[in-house]
Design a protein around this ligand. Sequence first.
Ligand SMILES: *Cc1c(COP(=O)(O)O)cnc(C)c1O
Length: 384
Amino acid sequence: MASVGVGQVPLLDIRRQEKPIQEELQAAVRGVLESGQYVLGREIEKLEETLAEYSRAACGVACASGSESLLMALMACDVGPGDEVIVPSFTFFATASAVSRLGAVPVFADILPDTWNLDPEDVARKITPRTKAVIPVHLFGLAADMDSLNALAAEHGLAMIEDAAQSIGAEYFPPKTGKSSRVGSLGHIGCFSFYPTKNLGACGDGGALTTNDEKLAEKLRLLRNHGMQPRYYHQIVGLNGRLDAFQGAVLNVKFRYLDTWTAARQANALRYRELFRAAELEEFVRLPFYPKTGRHVWNQYSICVPEGRRDGLRQFLTEKNIGTEIYYPRGLHEQECFAKLPEAEPLPVTDSLTKQVLALPIFPGMTETEQDYVVEMIREFFRL
Ligand SMILES: *Cc1c(COP(=O)(O)O)cnc(C)c1O
């Protein structure tokens, strides 16, 4: 029996992932303590250079969190009251809240039923003379259809802000040029999160922006520090969006392991597909989209379970000590805080997915025995 001796399979085990590099992390943190420089500084500059190079963008700007990066990106693009910004509804809250925080209106567009990323046709339908920007989310580690979205943005003069919080290192394969490029370099500004559950996680909060436009990078740096340049002279109204040196030091260590961790996630995703096929589970659960081109970095591995059975399966797996999560149980267009927005048109793909998705453990360091057990227990639930 595969179930013997497995114990608990968590959705994510950060300690397991950090254990082999514990000493390096401690040395990095000690180095910051000894330097006495705690905010911005050398570690942050190094992080910004590494991220820009990794994302194949010209400039990197670190900031306090992924949420803050979205806010700063919109501020840099002069989004404000009366503007509309098109965003998916099937995403984490911060994608839309940044828009609201600036007095602008998030306009929700539906997603494609296979990739779960923004549907360019629905985005096109939602463009009005007030539309100022589009924020595609590269959901769960898979790049959105940037060629189609960029064409719309160019046609209507919109700012293109990528929410790459879940997808550092993901590659988009543009069918026209056939030359892969990385998220964060595909629009005007890319937004990243280093929240601990992301593929590159800090030991706390953290975020960053990328851009190919030096002027935008300069404005982002200014915004990050209260629009202050020189000291105590404020050119624009910014905020405190700075990142501390401890997070920079930790991220600089972890960055060296990111490709190994991503490869482990990819191997787990491929192995899930083999296991689900071997268990003949494919008529009971729909597997996530596996792109034939580009690079999926698998921040999450979500399956679709027929409506009405998802919550039962989740309960069953919880009883079997398997960690799962629902990203996302409710679309943003259905959230209480957005009830006063103009009535959104129906988003049928979003609405049906919220009732079907279930994220399974895929973290680097997950063992084959654990993965076998997860699939075996799903099989048991469907009583095969
Ligand atoms: C995590 C996340 C954010 C916010 O990042 P924080 O660092 O937690 O503020 C924004 N958008 C998406 C899609 C995310 O997954």
